[in-house]
Design a protein around this ligand. Sequence first.
Ligand code: 3PY
Length: 254
Amino acid sequence: MTNAVKEKLKKGEPALGALVGMYAPDLVEMIGYAGFDFVLIDNEHGAFSQREIEQMIRAAELAAIVPIVRVSYDPSDIQKALDLGAKGIQVPMVNTREEAEKVVKRAKFPPIGQRGAAFITRSARFGIDGGKLYLDAADEQTLIIVHIETPEAVANFAEIVTVPGVDAAFIGPTDLSISLGYKEAGASHPEFQQVMQRLYETARELNVPLGNIATSAAGVRDELGRGTSLVAVVTTSVIMASLSQVAGARDASK
Ligand code: 3PY
């Protein structure tokens, strides 16, 4: 059991993923065949049943990409996502070191954490090998990503990202720009970009991989250019831009 995204981050290589907030296993397969490294199944803003998350994870495995679940705020969601076979979790609104420590505790088995163990889960291959292989490998292979999206999280950034077990921090530019008061200009506001710049510098100094979203190929190039380690393309934005462009062809031909 390996986690190709975690391996890339360890080697200092960026990983490219796609954020999907709707139940669409076919789309997950397409993302894999298109060459992405991971799918970020967004159960913070998307509406999935646990069974649907399981099917999205299965599709990711089929297409050989790493399934990461952005869980909801409910703590039991971390356990459920990992038991269903997620190879990583992204936890929204982590604002303090204590919250980051709680996330690690929920995601790792004793003695490191308090994740409940069962040998019969899908992630443990339903106990076919006694589940032991999974228990041995899971803590090592599970990717733990904390979401930085409030002023409080920015103030506590260094303390949050240095919690042992946290593998990466992910910026939420929409939430962060709104909560910092840049609702109108959004993430493009120059002062917001300065905040981002400082987060990038601190992450570099601490050698912590940073993630961010992108909504286009140009956005992906920009993110990779500034050293973003985990780039998640928002599939809804890409699909809507593409649909709008195609629909626009009708108006252009009038
Ligand atoms: C945000 O931009 O706030 C997000 O949550 C996207 O990851």
